[in-house]
Design a protein around this ligand. Structure first.
Ligand SMILES: Nc1ncnc2c1ncn2[C@@H]1O[C@H](COP(=O)(O)OP(=O)(O)OP(=O)(O)O)[C@@H](O)[C@H]1O
Ligand SMILES: [Mg+2]
Length: 214
């Protein structure tokens, strides 16, 4: 269980989070909506440990992890932009997280190939990422996020660059894969239909506070 307790954060004089609390259970997807600039990405960065909160704490499975560096938290982030490394092929993009954890290259590549097979990309391991379609690239990005078996998954508008048809098919696929992997997942999106299709619960961040939508 991922838990935010009484988080406050401001930039300049704007209050992005004001005594904000939220729980996400293992295997649960919670959607985070809210106007542009309301602080959604900032909140994901606080959870990931990339940005400090002014007040409050982040907990995971009953432990206060507020002071833990990002790598110790073991969370995966997936952003729409700069998702993949253009200089690496598909297999090495997916293997990246394991190699960072000092898994031997050969073992990491084998595991990467298994993930690619699971994601329907078995024949693309040696391709440059930019030769893949948008949907294929997003699958590679999710495979890369999941390969280290993260304890929580933070998705920041993962489908915003895709066309409507591809979006809806990937939404279903991602939802199933995430639920099967059993991770606490927070999904930031501007699209309420997407949020409802993927998430059992939805909240909206407005002026530093969370409103329950469903
Ligand atoms: N490091 C920073 N220093 C100063 N201001 C920042 C910093 N990071 C973000 N901000 C400001 O905080 C506000 C919230 O930004 P954030 O990216 O979290 O919003 P968002 O809800 O993700 O918006 P969008 O939906 O457009 O992605 C913005 O006004 C932004 O300019
Ligand atoms: Mg954002």
């Amino acid at each position: 269980m991922l838990e935010l307790r009484n988080i406050s954060k401001q930039f300049a004089s704007r209050q992005l989070a004001s005594d904000l609390s939220l729980c996400v259970a293992a295997g649960e997807i919670v959607a985070l909506l809210g106007p542009s600039g309301s602080g959604k990405s900032t909140l994901l960065r606080i959870i990931a440990g990339l940005e400090p909160a002014e007040q409050g704490s982040v907990w995971f499975d009953g432990k206060d992890i507020t002071q833990w560096p990002p790598e110790r938290r073991g969370f995966a982030l997936m952003f729409q932009d700069f998702a993949l490394f253009p200089h690496l092929n598909v297999r090495d993009n997916v293997a990246f997280g394991l190699i960072e954890q000092r898994v031997a290259k050969r073992a990491a590549r084998e595991r990467s190939q298994e993930m690619l097979t699971l994601f329907g990309l078995a024949n693309h391991g040696r391709d440059k990422v930019w030769t893949l379609s948008g949907g294929e690239q997003q699958r590679v990005a999710l495979a890369r996020a999941l390969i280290t078996a993260p304890r929580a998954l933070l998705l920041d508008e993962p489908f915003s660059a895709l066309d409507a048809e591809l979006r809806s098919s990937l939404q279903q696929e991602f939802r199933q894969r995430i639920t099967a992997a059993g991770m606490a997942t927070l999904l930031v999106t501007h699209d309420e239909a997407e949020a409802r299709a993927m998430a059992g619960r939805g909240v909206r961040l407005v002026e530093g506070r969370l409103q329950v939508l469903w």
